[in-house]
Ligand binder design. Sequence first.
Ligand SMILES: *Cc1c(COP(=O)(O)O)cnc(C)c1O
Length: 397
Amino acid sequence: MPGFEVFGKEERAEVNDVLESGVLMRYGFEGMRNGHWKAKEFEEAFAKKMKVSHCQLVSSGTSALTVALAAAGVGAGDEVIMPTFTFVASFESIMAIGAVPVLVDIDDTLTLDPAAVEKAITAKTKCVMPVHMCGSMADLKALKHICDAHDLLLLEDACQAIGGSFDGKPLGSYGDLGCFSFDFVKTITCGEGGAVITNNEVFKTHADQYQDHGHDHIGKDRGAETHPHLGYNFRISELNAAVGVAQLRKLDDILALQKKHYRLLRDALASIEGVNFRRVPESGEENYSFLNIFLPSEEKAKKAHKALSEAGIDGCFYWYTNNWHYINGWEHLKEAKSLGALSEPIRTKLAQLSTRQFPKSDHWMGRNLSFLVKVGWSHEEVKRRAHIMKETLQTLL
Ligand SMILES: *Cc1c(COP(=O)(O)O)cnc(C)c1O
């Protein structure tokens, strides 16, 4: 998935445009910037690519989630439903604005289980945040149905699934708001960066203001701007945006290569008894950044993870025991290890979490192996990997 594999002269040229003028900020300094507006250029190109009317570029994927929630009016005490398998940014962004994370089970899509979402809805629920983990999506149709019925926001975390689609729509554009990350290991990178996309005019204006201290961005004198709302600083720099401008032009080629490599790996494993693939919801297309399989048991998955690593297969993840992505590794969340005091509603929810079991999530995560698909591999390399993966799994199963 990583855009860092294709960093080259195109990125350097875009960054040099910025270095030559020395205007490292995305706003103002019109006379000095030689006509370069990298953040703006990225936003226009990305909105077009994602088939939405608006894109707001920000400093990271985590800030994109925070800005999206804030822009949609989610705040203190509101509950946001999120999955047990995700990245820590999900609960970080929710708690950053004083809202309460409500964790629910995933299913064989490795994303939110719609039935679990429905069960978790209370009078305080404001938003459902599916996370399209490892290149494939949640059942957006079912989730949208639930959100419409309960008047809830649907906010897609598409940080790991840029370029995938559902029902003919780019992932991130199906819900009310969609978020992306351009950190260094994502499909395309800005070094650090993120984006919020939406077709909602009000959310667009709020996101634009919130990520820059509440500035209204009207007129050309920054000092004279008014502040319709409170905000924060989640701005991206022109240097980071410039990297993204070049990377975005490479997205289609990256996706095509990923798909080709994914296909070769998947075809090699397809006939092995005991290997099952992650379910992709009907009418969904992955972005092919990861190949995800299920093995018959937790014990087999652990053994396979070890055997594959010993056979030289890097980029094979067993998320079940990995600190980053599954609730098993989030002691700091479950024990509410906050540097400062947390609000009462958040403390109460986290206290419940410390004893709560998620057997359904454990069932799927315990048996899952996730293979990173790289774009830098040669055809021969992919074929060799496919062969080793097949032999190793066949021996074990
Ligand atoms: C990477 C990632 C984020 C956060 O992005 P950063 O740019 O690293 O802050 C959020 N959600 C998911 C699913 C991610 O993979």
